[in-house]
Design a protein around this ligand. Structure first.
Ligand code: ASP
Ligand code: MG
Length: 337
């Protein structure tokens, strides 16, 4: 079984949703798939704005809400009418819950900090996305089920200063294993929300901005996935920033240590916290573009000739171009394994 996660730009509207669903269908021909989704592009930001406006008592939240609702409803309508089928899926109950949440934001009595309350509210984007993506998957046969709760469990971090939470692979495994195995046994593809998490005390929380890569990694580790795929609008990690450098090379294969160094160095392709839980279990992380799914991406970990021979500290001494050339020369095509 593999975990496949799609970022916001891979899900932005009906066409992108269908392209992502086609990728899932391709994977499903070979193995079982558990899906993790982000909110559609821009939705988390819009929800944060909405919550801030509501908290300030400003009535102008309505326009933002209407835009957001319109985009999601139109996406669902397009996904359900393409097939000429009667729409059975609805987002109406979610909109009711979102409106109720907005009303309660004004008189928040959960004891949470304002920042935390607003962050939890912003995770509605992922809850909307799981429904929409389930509708997209219906186009490619096979049944899909939206997992309508927070999939990742976070625990109080021991030691350190201040109040901190840490995602727990063990607690997530205990929480997720049965429901996910049951769905897979029924040949249902589970669609889980990224970003949203549950504390061990039973309160909703989030894994922080851009946290859905981390969600996919924790879920992959908890379910003993054979690989975790992250589909976004870039194929993988380059040896320099493609937005500023004139010539860059995609790095086809990296060890976990090499990838960590490049991420620490500013490559913003993957949430850096995603690597340790996978590295610990030897689960490969495969980065791909949903805009060009057959193109090579970056494969991190798993089988890597360099990983056992290259001490992490020496990676920093290699020029990025050498790193790329070395990887390509020694390991060959990224999909070779
Ligand atoms: N939707 C959340 C964000 O925009 C989480 C994610 O996409 O990774 O930060
Ligand atoms: Mg992302």
């Amino acid at each position: 079984m593999i975990v496949v996660k799609f970022g916001g730009s891979s899900l932005a509207g009906p066409e992108r949703m269908l392209a992502a669903a086609r990728i899932v269908a391709m994977h499903r021909q070979r193995e079982e798939v558990v899906i993790v989704v982000s909110a559609m592009t821009g939705v988390t930001d819009a929800l944060l704005t909405l919550a801030e406006l509501a908290l300030r008592g400003s009535l102008s939240w309505r326009a933002t809400y209407d835009d957001l609702r319109g985009w999601h409803d139109r996406t669902l309508a397009a996904l359900t009418t393409y097939r000429g089928s009667t729409p059975t899926l609805t987002l109406d109950d979610l909109w009711r819950a979102i409106e109720a949440d907005l009303a309660s934001l004004v008189c928040d009595d959960t004891g949470n900090s304002r920042g935390e309350t607003v962050a939890v509210f912003s995770a509605w984007g992922e809850r909307l996305s799981i429904r929409l993506f389930t509708a997209a998957l219906a186009h490619f046969g096979g049944e899909a089920t939206a997992f309508e709760d927070a999939p990742v469990i976070v625990e109080h971090a021991r030691g350190g200063v201040g109040h901190r939470w840490k995602a727990s692979v063990a607690a997530t495994r205990e929480w997720l294993c049965d429901p996910i195995s049951n769905l897979l046994a029924l040949r249902q593809t589970p669609v889980l929300p990224g970003y949203l998490a549950l504390t061990e005390d039973g309160a909703y929380t989030t894994l922080g901005r851009n946290g859905s890569d981390y969600s996919a990694a924790i879920i992959g580790a908890a379910l003993d996935a054979s690989a975790v795929y992250l589909y976004s609008d870039v194929a993988g990690i380059h040896d320099a920033d493609p937005r500023t450098a004139p010539h860059t090379h995609l790095l086809p294969v990296l060890s976990y240590d090499e990838a960590s160094l490049l991420l620490a160095d500013g490559a913003r392709v993957v949430h850096p916290a995603s690597l340790p839980p996978l590295a610990k279990r030897g689960i490969p992380l495969r980065l791909r573009s949903s805009f060009d799914p057959d193109a090579p991406g970056t494969d991190i970990g798993g089988i890597s000739i360099r990983i056992t021979r290259t001490p992490a500290s020496s990676v920093a001494l290699l020029a990025p171009a050498q790193l790329a050339a070395g990887c390509a020369a020694k390991v060959g095509r990224p999909d070779a394994f």
